[in-house]
Design a binder for this molecule. Sequence first.
Ligand code: H2B
Length: 96
Amino acid sequence: MPIPRLTDTERDAALAQLPEWTLRADGLAIQRTFRFADFSEAFGFMARAALYAEKADHHPEWFNVYNRVEVTLTTHDAGGLSKRDVAMAGALDGMV
Ligand code: H2B
């Protein structure tokens, strides 16, 4: 099912509410790097995020090394940012 992409205005308004997140250079994704005390803390966060992702049927792109988790959010079915990314970013912010 197609998901509408955010307009530029909607995207800018969303980013204003997500100060930890930056717009990727191509404008099609938002990114945040999370840092934790150690791998166990990082993986705990990833586990919580995975449960959210399955429930929401919206999955992050991410890269983990030890205590660092680099997260990229985009909506593949929209070819860019949608409100699902905004919702997920807010949810992930609440998991740290
Ligand atoms: N995750 C993300 N980030 N974008 C999507 O478009 C997406 C997804 N689509 N998770 C979902 C799964 C889709 O492939 C399934 C079939 O609902």
